[in-house]
Every structure is written in structure tokens, then in C-alpha cells.
Ligand binder design. Structure first.
Ligand code: AMP
Ligand code: MG
Length: 279
């Protein structure tokens, strides 16, 4: 059984059916060991993807405040070549962004062939925070699920491999993490009364998440629900999903690189023959 829960297209989702404290019967040490093994495979696969220049990888991270999006990103970056990986964070839209359609700012950040991008929050905020806080009328955000699916289909049709992760922590774990921030002066820069206010809307957010995941988990751009109370399990689950998604491309990328190699060697031979003829 994979560690993260893959949401099958068309299945109905209730967040409370997923246990945030799950750890697959593992202890931290064993989980870290497995993640390291998986991470090394991801490292090689990402290098191949970069070299083959045929596909790109988009990872979407969503979750409540303190759910561990930043920590998960750090964990992924340990195993990828930062030269071909970017992180894009989506905050409240600026005036300029707001004067465009909601996907405008997102599309610009999509990864180019060979590259990978991690979204720290994403276009899903436009059916999450926007819905929970009534930032646009219902008939506007309701249409966005289809619009998101079409947008993601355009990306996958263009060679982008998409994986979406909902980092699922419990309300109690969130409280612990928020109080931790207060107790630790090194974390005080993260303190925000807004986080406590958002927390009061926990149920509304879970409803919005359930709808988004249910409506937008597609075969080519699936959602994964990641048990995230244990940080080490969260990171293992994400790494495993990435490895699983990239692996099927390995032989395609290898074959393509072989072809490129043959072509390049042919050109070198021609060049050398021409040089010899000149002498
Ligand atoms: P943080 O991730 O804590 O830095 O906060 C970023 C904030 O930006 C979160 O409260 C998000 O809900 C908010 N945000 C991101 N995208 C949007 C959006 N499209 N509309 C409104 N708020 C957004
Ligand atoms: Mg925040």
C-alpha cells in the first residue's frame, strides 16, 4: 500500500475519513531510511527528466497553516538539483494579479520542459480561501473546478507530470504547532493572529478541500491525501509518490537520450571526416 492516499477520479471524499496521524506502522528511523532510498531514485529520475527535456514536473502543495508545506519543500529539495527546480509561492493576489483571470499568475509559473516547479499553495486557493471567505460570488468559484481541470489538462497534454498533495493534519496537531511558535522565539516570525482566525473555519475549509479534491482529482493530475501529523511520514509519503510518478518515464527518457547520443555522434564523425579531408 502506498503511504499517501491517491484519490481515484470520481470517488467521493470526506476529509474526516482520513487519519492525519497514520504512520504505516513505521518508526521515524525506518521511515527516514526508506525516504532516503526513494529520494536517491528521485534524484536520478529528475536528472534524466532534465536531460531528456521532454517532460516537466509540477508538484502542488496545499494544506492549512502549519500543515508543513515549507517543511515538505525542504525535504524534496534535499534530493533534487536546484538548478532545474523552482518554488512558486502563492499569496494574496496583488492588484495586477487580481485584474486578470485567476489562472494568469499561475500559468506563468508552470515548469518548462525538463524543469520542475513546486507550488507552495496554488490555484486551488481560488476555490478554498476564496470560497470560505466569500471573496467572489458562488457562481464564479463554482465554475473554477472545470476551469482548473481544463488548465491542468492543457499542462499534462503539453508534457507536464502533475501531482497534488493535501497535507492533512489534525486540529489538535495544528494547535500544538501554533503554540510551539509562540514558545520558540526563533519561530516567532511565523506568528499570526490570522492563523488562529482561519482555524475557526476548520470545518468550512475541510468541506472546500473535499470538494476541490473530489472534483479535480483526475487520472493525469491526481490528488494525494498525505497523513501529515508525523513530519517524517509526510515526507516519506510525498517522496514515494514522486518516485512512482516519474518511474514509468524512465525508459522513454533513456531511449530519447540514446537517440540524441547517436545523432550527436554522427555529427562528430562527419566533422572529423571533413577535417581529415582538409589535411
Ligand atoms: P502563507 O502561506 O501563510 O504565507 O499565507 C498566504 C496567504 O495567502 C494565505 O492565507 C492564503 O490563503 C492567501 N492566498 C493565497 N492565494 C490566494 C487567493 N487566490 N486569494 C486570496 N488569498 C489567497
Ligand atoms: Mg499563514
Amino acid at each position: 500500500m502506498p503511504y499517501a492516499h491517491l484519490v481515484k477520479p470520481g470517488s467521493s471524499v470526506k476529509i474526516k475519513d482520513f487519519d492525519p496521524g497514520e504512520h504505516g506502522g513505521l518508526e521515524k528511523e525506518e521511515a527516514d531510511f526508506r525516504r532516503h532510498e526513494m529520494g536517491q531514485k528521485v534524484e536520478q529520475l529528475q536528472e534524466l527528466m532534465y536531460a531528456a527535456n521532454m517532460n516537466s514536473l509540477l508538484l502542488v502543495l496545499q494544506g492549512s497553516d502549519t500543515s508543513g508545506k515549507d517543511g515538505a519543500i525542504k525535504g524534496i529539495l534535499q534530493y533534487v538539483n536546484v538548478q532545474s527546480c523552482r518554488v512558486a509561492s502563492f499569496k494574496q493576489p496583488t492588484h495586477l494579479e487580481q485584474s486578470h483571470d485567476f489562472l494568469w499568475r499561475v500559468h506563468q509559473q508552470a515548469p518548462a520542459a525538463g524543469g520542475m516547479t513546486i507550488f507552495n499553495r496554488s490555484h486551488y486557493e481560488d476555490v478554498l480561501v476564496v470560497r470560505v471567505h466569500d471573496l467572489v460570488p458562488k457562481d464564479v468559484w463554482k465554475k473554477r473546478y472545470d476551469q482548473i481541470n481544463q488548465f491542468e489538462e492543457l499542462l499534462t497534454d503539453s508534457g507536464t507530470i502533475i501531482l497534488k498533495f493535501f497535507l492533512n493534519i489534525s486540529k489538535e496537531e495544528q494547535e500544538r504547532r501554533l503554540l510551539d511558535r509562540e514558545a520558540d522565539t526563533d519561530k516567532s516570525w511565523k506568528l499570526s493572529v490570522g492563523d488562529w482566525k482561519e482555524r475557526e473555519l476548520w470545518k468550512e475549509y475541510h468541506k472546500a478541500y473535499a470538494d476541490a479534491i473530489e472534483k479535480c482529482s483526475t487520472a493525469k493530475a491526481p490528488w494525494h491525501i498525505v497523513p501529515a501529523n508525523h513530519k517524517w511520514y509526510r515526507d516519506l509519503a510525498i517522496m514515494e509518490a514522486i518516485e512512482g510518478a516519474l518511474k514509468p518515464y524512465k525508459s522513454i527518457w533513456h531511449d530519447h537520450l540514446k537517440e540524441i547520443g547517436v545523432e550527436a555522434k554522427g555529427e562528430l564523425e562527419k566533422y572529423r571526416a571533413a577535417m581529415k579531408a582538409k589535411k
